[in-house]
Design a protein around this ligand. Sequence first.
Ligand SMILES: [Zn+2]
Length: 184
Amino acid sequence: MTVLDELLQSNAEFLLKNQVQPEKLSKKPRRQIALITCMDTRLVGFLEEALGIQRGDAVIIKLAGAVAGNSLDAALRSLMLAIYELDVKEIIVVGHHDCGALQTSPHRLKDSMRLQGIEANWIEQFEHSILSWLDDLTEVESEVLKLVGALRQNPLIPSTVRIHGLLIDPVRGEAALLHSGYHC
Ligand SMILES: [Zn+2]
């Protein structure tokens, strides 16, 4: 059975168990928050529970590294919708310990692309963004603060939107406050 088969089978079982009409949820996050966090597998179905976030509470934007390098550009499109269409009033950048993006070597990434048959000219075209993205990364705390600062400076984000920074342990789920946006 392929993974896709497994997912579809799980879906059929899910539908059988959930015959009752589901609660009607709004697209707009009830708690008016957007989280920017990492795509790390350890945070799947864990981050929300660790922070007490229920279905319908928040917009969650997931990016490799979340807080790393040029994440601002990658996050901005989603944030514009979140703020101007979905009434988000607070943005929370959530970095995590042991982040794969901060441990990735651009050279190893390029080697792997080559081994998987990607043509050299495409790798070259991509190289600039890979190197500038991955080489600029420092430790996760400063990456969170860098992204919080870049969001705060961004002229497309209203000054009334609060921007916070958290750091979470992907094993224990302990969250540390790196920056509160309530006083600035
Ligand atoms: Zn990560």
